[in-house]
Design a protein around this ligand. Structure first.
Ligand code: AMP
Length: 146
């Protein structure tokens, strides 16, 4: 069996992220693989009843992007991942995780599973979405307590 050379771990920046990241780090270390870390910022849905001007919305958006980028930088720095291996993108998590995996030629994607209900007892919705069409191996880390 050949090992992994290029591991991509996706985090939602919740407290569970440390657990998922740690698992990805262990695997990357075991195989001597490069590790990339990503977060997807989802577009903010603003109800049409909300009275917010275009300029205010752009300011809010820029601030959310800035905070998301900073959190990712902080998390990456805490485990020694180089800045060029951090990806903070905007869009739909499952689709962007698949796209980034393809872009950086990842051979393993690591995500967590929250296992919420029904079919999602096994697969969180994001992990399920990533599994449909990802072009490499996918590891879904069971998060304790979920
Ligand atoms: P969920 O399907 O929301 O329960 O999330 C399961 C896993 O998908 C998380 O533990 C992350 O690994 C990944 N994930 C969810 N949302 C995001 C996001 N916005 N950016 C990156 N990864 C995410």
């Amino acid at each position: 069996m050949t090992g992994y050379m290029n591991v991509l771990v996706a985090v939602d920046l919740s407290p569970d992220s440390a657990f998922v990241l740690d698992k990805a780090r262990q695997i990357a270390k075991q195989y001597g693989a490069e590790l990339s870390l990503m977060h997807v910022m989802e577009p903010i849905a603003v109800g049409y009843t909300l009275d917010i001007s275009g300029a205010d919305f752009e300011t809010l958006y820029a601030e959310v992007m800035r905070q998301s980028r900073n959190s990712l930088l902080e998390l990456g720095a805490s485990v020694g991942i180089a800045e060029h291996r951090l990806h903070n993108v905007l869009g739909s998590p499952a689709r962007e995780i698949r796209n980034t995996a393809k872009e950086i030629k990842a051979d393993l994607v690591v995500v967590g599973s929250h296992g919420k209900h029904g079919f999602e007892l096994l697969l969180g919705s994001t992990s399920s979405g990533v599994s449909h069409g990802v072009g490499c191996d996918l590891l879904i880390v069971r998060i304790p307590g979920h």
